[in-house]
Structures are given as structure tokens and as C-alpha cells.
Design a protein around this ligand. Sequence first.
Ligand code: UTP
Length: 325
Amino acid sequence: MKAIIPVAGVGTRLRPHTFSHPKVLLNVAGKPIIGHIMDKLITAGIDEAIVIVGYLGNMVEEWLLKHYSIKFTFVNQTELLGLAHAIWMCKPYVIESEPLFIILGDTIFDVDLEPVMKSPFSTLGVKEVEDPRRFGVAVTDEGKILKLVEKPDTPISNLAIVGLYFLHHAGPLFASIDHLIENEIRTKGEYQLTDALQFMIEGGETFTTFPVFGWYDCGKPETLLNTNEILLKNNISTKTYPGCIINDPVFIADNAVLENAIIGPYTTIGEKAVITNAIIRNSIIGNNARVGHIMLDHSIVGNNAFVAGSSQEINIGDYSEIRVG
Ligand code: UTP
């Protein structure tokens, strides 16, 4: 089955990291976001990916071609007019009578897709959330979707659409997006996939939902770190390093150099990173980064970055009290 993966976005909420890297290539728990997604898709039987690239798209293209041998088609979205527009650009590469899977490029998931791919109806991955205003939501009745609303101002449902879409037939989706584009129907300035799906529902298409309990957002620094923490669970380091204490779970690249450091828990250390005299926990350290004489918590250090604190030499007497900033 074919999967469409839109990754054209700029990833503004993850700046400065996305100034030099597309969001989907940011490392979380030892591999790029898109690596986690591809591994799951391939396990679920996806044998062809249509990847919508845009911002720093050549880097995504290069990485995917180097690491996976399934068939790829890259579609260039030069103007970011919304998710529905991105999907619409894939029309020449999709067979309308065939099923289609769509997954957002910044959504790492943990769900068994096998039954989803066999669903007799189109079906959307959903998760209950406390504050649905940031998401597209689904209003359901006995498992069937009655209505979809993009970022509702009033709380009509707490079932967020999490970015996994199975279309039983691709054709009606493209007809629906044609309708949005021909009639200039935009929400918050963009052609929304939620609006296209809602138009299909109004036209009589049956949609169901499937629960996605493991849904790990990577769109913001705090969610990236949170996802790093969740994915690292059970990751045990087997190597020892001179003068180091490793508090599992961690991911430490084989060729990273560590000396006199306390690492973890929930820490990813990238390729060829050099860590000396440091305490690092709940953090992601990039490839070739150098970190020394510092304590880091909930931090993201980019590739090739250099972070150095200072160690002090002091000579103070009994009952003194000093605080070094
Ligand atoms: P987001 O809006 O969440 O991601 O789109 P973004 O634009 O990369 O990040 P911010 O908001 O600037 O921080 C969800 C997914 O849909 C893709 C994005 O690349 C992302 O994977 N997308 C969105 C497109 O490919 N094209 C679009 O026009 C819109």
C-alpha cells in the first residue's frame, strides 16, 4: 500500500534547530523523527512512500534514499498552502480506486496498523485530549464520525485527529480537495485536510475512528523532549566509559566519547559527540556536539554545537556560604 507523508513545513516552533535541519531529521531517542515513522510503516506493509517535501527537502530526500530501499516519490510543495493542498499535489502518483494511508511527518505513533489497513471503511486515528482547541476533532456516534472540525473554538469533542488517515479509496479525497481549491475554501488561511474530509462526510462517505494511545508529538521543544523520554524507556546502555555513571534509560551513539560524566536518565547522545565533566539528564545532544563542565537538564543541543561551563577553584573557610551562578 502507498503512504503519503507530508514534510514540507518549516517547523518554526522548533527553531533554532530547524534553521539548519528539517524538523523530521531531528534526532529523538537515537534516530530522526522520520526514521521512527518509516520503521513503523514498513512493518505495517507500506511498500511505497510519496513524500511531500519543501523546506530543506533535499536533506530529507537524501536521508530517506540512503536508509530505506522501498519505492519513493518526492513531490515538491513550494508554496505552503496547507495540508489538503500538499496531499492534492500527489494526485498524479495515486490510483484513485486503491486505498491510501496518510501520516503526518511529525507524528511518531505506536499502534498496530494491520487491522487499520484492512478496515472496510475509511478511518482516522484519534486520541482523547484535554484541550482540543489546537487540533482537528471528530464528533462521533457509535464509532462513526458525524462531523470533523479544525481547531474548534467551542469544545464540541475531545477526540483529536492525530495525523494518521486511512482512505478506503483515494478518489473521493482528491475530488473533495478539488472542491476546496476550486471554491477557495480555506480555514485559517490554509486548505485544510480536515475540511476536505468533512466535505466527504457530507457527501455520504462513512468514516470510523481507531484509537491511537501511543501518539508522540514532536512539534515543539518540550514535546520533542517528552517524546525522547517515552521512546527511550527500556533503552539500556551496555558500554562503560571512563569515570562515567550512566543512569538508564539512555541512547548513546557508539562513536560518542564520554569522560567523567553522569548521563541520564532520558538522554540521547548523538554520533561523535564529546561529553566531558558534565551532568546531563532529560536532554538531546546532537551529532559532533561538544559539551563540558556543565549540568544540563531538559536541554536540546544541536549538531556541531559547543557548550562549555566553567569549573571554579575556591579557597573558603568554615561556615562560608557562596552561590556561583
Ligand atoms: P505543522 O503545521 O504541524 O508543521 O504541519 P510545520 O509547519 O512543519 O511546523 P510549524 O507549525 O511551523 O512549527 C504538520 C505536518 O504537515 C506538513 C508539515 O511538514 C508537518 O509534517 N505540512 C503542513 C506540509 O507538508 N505542507 C503544508 O502546507 C502544511
